[in-house]
Design a protein around this ligand. Structure first.
Ligand SMILES: [Zn+2]
Length: 319
């Protein structure tokens, strides 16, 4: 494990030695401002990070995507950007617009659409190889800036508040939805956003369960190319921990508001993990706890539909 962490950290250092844009942006992280909102038993951090503007405001409609060169395809990447090989034909690239101190983009070698279903084995395998990092997936209609090119991202563990908050949230016995010898699943309803957390020693059972949830969720959102999810995945001490956030909306009303009512926030995995990214200083300064609660309320799956996913998990006894 340690060997791999060093290999990945060394790769970032080497890359920043030759790539000025990336080096400048990682150095800039030392000056990123953060503030903290406390809620009942958990926190939301807000990070002012101007370099994330292009990601937060990425145009992801079909015609905009068709009109641009895909920045994850090898022929369009900057010559200075190197890669490491990962299992299942994925590549590790340094993300030159970081949120984490160590932030990687992990594209598939081929230009195929962003989909979770069918790619979970790769996610589990890469997460195990990248112990010490939080792997994450943004759905094609809820946060991926390249919905046309399959990719994950990764950043160091210990940064997202959800990692430690999960340890206390799961103590509430009412949240346990499924338990087997290798797998426990919790459904969290009182966390501003709704979250399904899976802890498993079995890659097969973990994959089966997520595919089952995605399949049920697909029935609830048949109009979507994929039901809207953000997913976090880590591996440590012989088990995987995943947090799945089911969504009903990509961007909240504040994103589209005018003038002083506007908040340029486009929530994805990192925000759901507990770190809101604000690319504009004015938003960083004016955002309130009530705004955060309202934004989550708009974009998280509603209670009734979340219950349907919970029932699917509770009734799953055949694996
Ligand atoms: Zn591509």
């Amino acid at each position: 494990m340690d060997k791999n962490i060093h290999r990945f950290n060394d790769f970032l250092l080497e890359q920043n030695h030759t790539w000025k844009l990336s080096a400048d942006n990682y150095r800039g992280l030392d000056y990123v401002e953060e503030k903290l909102f406390r809620f009942d038993g958990f926190v939301i951090k807000v990070q002012f990070n101007p370099e994330r503007m292009r990601s937060s405001t990425a145009k992801v409609d079909q015609s905009s995507i068709a009109a641009r060169k895909c920045f994850l395809c090898s022929e369009n990447r900057p010559e200075v950007q190197n890669s490491l090989n990962l299992p299942h034909d994925f590549l590790l690239l340094v993300n030159p617009f970081p949120i984490f101190k160590t932030h990687f983009t992990i594209p598939y070698i081929h230009h195929v659409p962003q989909r979770l279903s069918g790619n979970l084995e790769a996610m589990f395998t890469i997460a195990r190889q990248m112990e010490g990092f939080q792997l994450f997936y943004n759905g094609p209609e809820c946060g991926a800036s390249a919905p046309d090119h399959l990719h994950f991202q990764a950043g160091e563990t210990g940064f997202l508040p959800v990692e430690s908050e999960f340890l206390s949230l799961k103590q509430n016995p009412n949240t346990l939805a499924f338990s087997s010898e290798s797998t426990n699943i919790w459904a969290m309803d009182h966390y501003l956003r709704r979250m399904i957390s899976i802890e498993t020693k079995s890659r097969e059972q973990g994959i089966q369960m997520i595919e089952k949830i995605l399949s049920r969720f697909g029935e609830i959102q048949p109009e979507k190319v994929e039901p809207m999810v953000n997913l976090l995945c880590t591996f440590a001490d012989g088990k995987w921990i995943l947090h799945l956030f089911p969504r009903k909306l990509h961007r909240p009303s504040q994103y589209f508001a005018d003038g002083k009512d506007q908040l340029l926030i486009s929530p994805a995995s990192v925000d759901f993990g507990g770190v809101f990214i604000t690319p504009r200083r004015e938003d960083f300064e004016k955002i309130t706890a009530a705004d955060i609660a309202d934004i989550f309320d708009q974009v998280t799956l509603n209670e009734n539909e979340f219950r349907k996913l919970k029932d699917t998990i509770k009734n799953y006894r055949s694996i």
